[in-house]
Design a binder for this molecule. Structure first.
Ligand code: HEC
Length: 177
């Protein structure tokens, strides 16, 4: 077998086994906003994926966790924003909330200012009152570098949200005017 043939075979094998790898968007040369959902990219227990286009969603509120050295932003899809802006609870089916978290670092330009650095986690809540009836109607997903975290992490989500914010449809974040 020629070297050329061997390298072609390696290429074909590599591409068929790399379905989880992030594909390049050929039209722009940029990596796409999110990967298509595969068995590898959905959360355990709930089967929640990172929603397409979430980075263009609107801001509900920021938050700060000094103990973890993190800045966060909580974004919502159109249904989430409409519910917040009309003060409506519970959130309707189809609501999606995304919490983005970054390492918090001092600004190199201005003493005393802090800015986001590397992404730490992307966390998601999806409302589907039938599918997730056992957990207040919410499905949860926690992703690190685009990959879902383990089952133990996902067992903790509802427990904490239920213990502390059951009266606010299991959601902590309030709309920041
Ligand atoms: C120990 C308590 C605790 C646990 C466990 C927890 N959360 Fe939260 N979560 C919070 C708090 C507090 C907030 C408010 C915003 C913040 O902290 O930045 C929040 C906010 C959120 C938000 C934004 C909507 C909201 O409720 O404000 C999402 C989405 C979210 N969490 C997803 C998850 C997922 C997914 C898991 C499990 C992998 C999880 N959370 C586990 C405490 C918790």
């Amino acid at each position: 077998m020629s070297i050329k043939m061997l390298s072609w075979m390696t290429l074909i094998l590599a591409s068929s086994f790399s379905t989880c790898a992030q594909a390049q968007d050929l039209s722009t040369g940029n990596a796409p906003v999110s990967k298509p959902a595969t068995a590898h990219s959905i959360s355990p227990i709930y089967g929640v994926a990172i929603p397409d286009g979430y980075r263009n969603w609107r801001l509900i509120a920021p938050s700060d966790r000094p103990d973890l050295g993190e800045l966060r932003a909580i974004l919502g899809n159109d249904l989430a924003m409409a519910a917040y802006r009309s003060d409506r609870l519970p959130f309707p089916d189809g609501t999606v909330l995304v919490k983005l978290a970054w390492k918090k670092v001092p600004s190199v330009e201005q003493d005393g200012a802090f800015v986001p650095a590397a992404t730490t986690t992307v966390q998601i809540m999806v409302k589907d009152s039938k599918r997730y009836s056992a957990t207040g109607g919410w499905g949860f997903g926690r992703f690190v570098d685009g990959s879902p975290d383990d089952e133990a992490q996902h067992r903790a989500c509802f427990a904490c949200h239920q213990a502390l914010v059951k009266k606010h449809d299991f959601v902590f974040t309030r709309y920041a005017e």
